[in-house]
Design a protein around this ligand. Structure first.
Ligand SMILES: [Zn+2]
Length: 526
């Protein structure tokens, strides 16, 4: 097998048509990363599960970073703060539970990314990548009906990471070349975007070769189920989540519908798997919610919020005009539930029917209970924002301004980013900039917050701060050359802009030197 040079692949990856995240999903689904169902996988089950030797945590993280860097640039990569916060409300308790159980030791907690990346892909899939990055498709969010169903899939994938399955799999395959799998993943991504069919065929055959060699064993799948179940229930989610998710997948497979359920191909449902999970249920101490969940979650996962976020994912995954009309029609029926109504409001907004969107969003607010009120208000803010942006000079209502200010002050990422957009659209960039500035100081890896801050600073004529924020957004997505280029652009601003803020300029100079260093390191590694 020919070794691929990573630098040339990165050049391929800059092509705009690339949909790397879905390609990764495809690879995972076809068994490169998490598949256990192929005959090859069954034939060569790995001998020892307890052995974490081989690839170091640092090497796995570096490999994961290089894959993440490509995914951030992919048009299929989606940073929707509302869906992101909802996923975090499930993910953080799981992570805390895994730490309290000792599945994730302090070193692993500290050195891996533990980052969820949403893909616009509407197929049902979630997948662990090297370095603690996890992909979650919109299709998975759409199809799950309860927080615990979603949590069960995330707990399973988390356990592939905590048990170091990827590192073990990679080192098992090729101890001399831990970068090989990264090159293969990136190679397959490049092939997907390439118009050069011959080239694609070459890389494709390597992906096929990888597929026969790199599979999670059935033992690893069983371990991810077992550990995942413990993580799920320790976090306070009902263990039934695993069983109902399995039932859902089983129904899909009976309908021969696994084209939309790649998760089924990487996680074939054996009667043994299902029986094993059902057998564990009586062993779990009775609910209610465990202490870990209460301590860790900023938003307690709630059925109403799940229903709304699942509806949001459905609309975002399938948003062609025909589909939007269907969402709109369904949500207008008298008996429409909360999810259908939410989807309809969003669909109407996207179709440019702003009055209808606002009416439907108001209905959502009336229909939602106390737990769903904040999301209903954010929906009203969002559809009003779209109306404001598209209609131009209309004046926002006093009610809408209240929603905007409450969102900005909510202390949540979703509220802040939505509120900041609303502030920008309604001519108060200063409020947005102040809040965002405080936020990124605490969370420098929040690229979208930096991007929004950049717009808020520009709207106030603060060019140096704006260009610096743009540079930080690129650095947050591990794009060192892009960040360096923007920091240098900030240094090259005309004198009035540059000298307006000496402190900011000193930061820009220091950050430019840091980025320069990182670009050189990256060049050396490649
Ligand atoms: Zn698995």
């Amino acid at each position: 097998m020919r070794r691929l040079a990573v630098p040339s692949l990165f050049q391929h990856l800059r092509r705009p048509a690339l949909t790397a995240l879905s390609a990764v999903a495809l690879l995972v689904a076809s068994g490169v990363m998490t598949g256990a169902g192929t005959p090859a996988a069954r034939a060569q089950a790995l001998p020892s599960l307890g052995d974490g030797s081989g690839m170091t945590v640092a090497a796995e993280r570096a490999l994961g970073d290089s894959i993440a860097r490509s995914i951030y640039r992919d048009p299929d990569y989606l940073d929707d703060p509302l869906l992101g916060d909802y996923l975090q409300s499930i993910w953080q308790p799981l992570l805390s539970a895994a730490r309290s159980r000792g599945d994730v030791d302090p070193e692993l907690a500290d050195r891996l990314a533990w980052e969820l990346m949403i893909s616009r892909d509407r197929t049902v899939n979630a997948f662990a990548l090297p370095g603690g990055y996890l992909g979650v498709n919109l299709g998975l969010l759409s199809v799950t009906e309860t927080p615990q169903e979603l949590a069960s899939v995330l707990a399973h994938e988390l356990s592939h990471v905590s048990q170091r399955h990827i590192a073990r799999m990679i080192s098992q395959q090729d101890r001399q070349a831990p970068w090989l799998i990264g090159a293969m993943i990136l190679g397959a991504l490049a092939a997907k975007s390439s118009v050069d069919a011959a080239n694609a065929a070459i890389v494709g055959s390597q992906a096929v070769a990888a597929q026969t060699q790199l599979n999670f064993s059935r033992d690893m799948e069983r371990e991810a189920d077992r550990v995942g179940f413990g993580v799920l229930t320790t976090a306070g989610f009902p263990g039934e989540g695993f069983v109902s998710m399995f039932d859902k997948l089983q129904q899909a497979s009976r309908l021969n519908d696994d084209g939309g359920f790649p998760y089924l191909r990487s996680h074939p449902l054996t009667t043994e798997r299902i029986a094993d999970m059902k057998a564990r249920l009586p062993l779990v101490p009775a609910r209610p919610v465990g202490p870990v969940l209460q301590a860790a979650a900023t938003v307690t996962p709630d059925q109403e919020i799940h229903t709304m976020m699942s509806a949001r994912a459905r609309v975002m995954a399938e948003n062609g005009p025909d589909r939007l009309q269907v969402w709109l029609r369904n949500g207008q029926e008298a008996k429409a539930g909360l999810g259908a109504r939410y989807a309809a409001a969003l669909a109407a907004s996207r179709l440019g029917r702003h009055d209808q969107a606002e009416q439907l969003a108001a209905q959502v607010a009336r229909q939602a209970g106390p737990a769903g009120q904040r999301h209903a208000e954010w929906l009203q803010l969002e559809v009003g924002l779209t109306a404001l942006q598209q209609r131009g000079r209309s004046t926002p209502s006093a009610e809408w301004l209240t929603w905007r200010d409450r969102a900005l002050a909510s202390g949540t990422r979703a509220g802040l980013l939505l509120g900041a957009q609303a502030a920008l659209a309604s001519g108060v960039p200063r409020e947005a900039a102040q809040r965002l500035h405080g936020w990124v100081i605490e969370r420098p890896r929040d690229a979208l917050a930096w991007q929004t801050l950049s717009r808020a600073e520009m709207a106030q004529g603060q060019r140096l701060r704006s260009v610096r924020a743009e540079a930080e957004a690129r650095a947050a997505q591990l794009d060192w050359p892009g960040a360096l280029e923007r920091f240098r652009a900030a240094q090259a601003l005309p004198a009035p802009d540059r000298s307006a803020d000496p402190v900011e300029l000193a930061i820009v100079d220091a950050r430019a030197r840091e980025m320069d260093q990182k670009v050189r390191e990256l060049a050396r590694k490649n």
